[in-house]
Design a binder for this molecule. Structure first.
Ligand code: UDP
Length: 485
């Protein structure tokens, strides 16, 4: 039975990035729903972005607190408030960002010493948190916010270096030992794996992996049935501890919860729903590339022309980018697409859109959250990976799950900067494959089956629900053992 004395107090330290913070808050909600008291530790800028989400959790009767730590931007010669990931993405300054994460050790330790939580769930990139948790005699759980296939593939590629066996960067190699016949090219790998050199990022990631190795284990926003082979590989071959408790976005069943994730949406929920309600089931393709990806004006023109050529209704999210030309849209595009396409400039209420019955396809950069949200909504995907874990996630969607078609992305490009141009014809072709005809029907049927699997996983007694239960039990035992000393 839950009593105040055995109640868990958990601190969460998310990375200051929408794609990490959004799922981490949902993870925290999953624990809070089981009675845990939650403290989120973040910077003031991020606390402001997420205040409504936190407020909403408290309205639902969950106990959420927020502690802020100043982000050391000015110490590193960056402007105050620079931790906003949009700024990091446009300044391309990942090494300064890593440095700042290291500088957060002291202020975060101070908060933890004051509040004495029973456990710390910290993002993969906070390298020092395993050592800090050990000092406080509490478990550190790692949350990387990525898929299991990505973690396994990256480990295998680092260890066996199959990319060395091809003579050119565009030659295909097989990722050995991993199920699923996963093939990639060197061009699709991050610089440190493509060129086998150490970069600032790979150094930081290497340290993060060591820190993960020493931690209590990892929480994955995924579910066993979705990535069974890779989940088994991770646990049995890589020998690491993991709990799969996702898809965590499914805890947002209410419209208000679906709308209030991350930044304030740039369209009102009523306007968005009115537009979607006016469309037939499965007739709209939703186009969104997450929070970090940026495109050149030339690429945006290709997307516009590709969507027009596909003759599908579309809802297209275009991120504001100061480096962007203002008038990049093809002449007369908005007039021609009036009633057929809606462009939202800024932030979309993605869960609300994906869950709407008129949405029949999703053009995605394959960020893991977007991928899993598409899977949870049962929507087939046009895959357009660019960086991070996205090329591995594409393999899962297209090859393993059979619920997507790729635009033919060939080049790893951080934040999409310098990516190869995808032509209007390729966009048109992939969109049609996912939206119309027999192949689209097969994908749609498969996507609906997988959606049901996702729902079962988080329902009572499902695989994710059971993993969450066993993790909570372990954490409570740890707390009891610590307190009995
Ligand atoms: N998202 C959103 N509205 C947008 C863009 C993104 O709600 O306009 C959310 C999306 O639902 C997902 C997260 O932001 O939860 C993006 O994470 P993902 O891993 O897909 O991509 P990243 O932004 O990390 O590249």
């Amino acid at each position: 039975m839950e009593t105040e004395s055995n109640r868990l107090h958990m601190s969460f330290l998310p990375l200051m990035a929408q794609g990490h913070m959004i799922p981490m808050i949902d993870v925290a909600k999953a624990f809070a729903t089981r009675g845990a008291k939650i403290t989120i530790i973040t910077s003031p800028a991020f606390a402001a972005i997420f205040s409504k989400q936190v407020e909403r959790a408290n309205q639902l009767g969950l106990e959420f607190h927020v502690q802020t730590v100043r982000f050391p931007s000015t110490e590193l010669g960056m402007p105050e408030g620079w931790e906003n990931t949009d700024a990091v993405a446009s300044s391309q300054n990942l090494s300064k960002f890593s440095e700042a994460l290291t500088l957060l050790r002291e202020p975060v330790l101070h908060i933890l010493e004051k509040h004495r939580p029973d456990c710390l769930v910290a993002d993969f990139f906070f390298v020092w948190t395993t050592e800090v948790a050990a000092r406080l005699k509490i478990p550190r759980l790692v949350f990387g916010g990525t898929s299991i296939i990505a973690v396994c593939a990256e480990e295998v590629i680092s260890r066996y270096q199959p990319q060395k066996g091809v003579s050119c960067d565009s030659g295909t190699f097989l990722v050995p030992h991993l199920p699923g016949d996963i093939k990639l090219t060197r061009n699709q790998l991050p610089e440190h794996l493509r060129c086998l050199v150490e970069t600032d990022f790979s150094k930081h990631a290497g340290e993060a992996l060591e820190s993960e190795q020493e931690s209590f284990g990892s929480i994955f926003n995924s579910f066993y049935e979705l990535e069974k082979d890779y989940a088994d590989y991770y646990r049995k071959v890589m020998g690491k501890r993991a709990w799969h408790i996702g898809p965590v976005s499914l805890c947002n069943s209410d419209t208000a919860d679906k709308v209030q994730r991350g930044k304030e949406a740039s369209i009102s929920r009523h306007e968005c729903l009115r537009w979607l309600d006016s469309k037939k089931p499965n007739s709209v393709i939703y186009v969104c590339f997450g929070s970090l990806t940026r495109f050149s004006s030339q690429q945006l023109v290709e997307i516009a022309n590709g969507l027009e050529a596909s003759q599908q209704d579309f809802l297209w999210i275009v991120k504001e980018d100061k480096n962007q030309e203002q008038d990049w849209l093809p002449e007369g595009f908005e007039e021609r697409m009036d009633g057929k396409g809606l462009i939202i400039r800024g932030w979309a209420p993605q869960l609300l859109i994906l869950d709407h019955e008129s949405v029949g396809g999703f053009v995605t950069h394959c960020g893991w959250n977007s991928t899993l949200e598409g899977i949870s909504a049962g929507v087939p995907m046009v895959t357009w990976p660019m960086f991070a874990d996205q090329f591995y996630n594409e393999k899962l969607v297209v090859q393993v799950l059979g619920m997507g078609a790729g635009v033919g992305s060939k080049l790893f490009a951080m934040f999409g900067v310098g990516s190869d141009l995808v032509s209007r014809d390729d966009i048109d072709k992939a969109t049609r494959r996912v939206m119309v005809g027999e192949e689209a029907e097969v994908m749609r049927r498969r996507a609906k089956v997988i959606r049901e699997m996702a729902r079962k996983a988080v329902a009572e007694g499902g695989s994710s629900d059971s993993d969450l239960t066993s993790l909570i039990e372990e954490l409570k035992q740890h707390k009891a053992a610590r307190e009995s000393i």
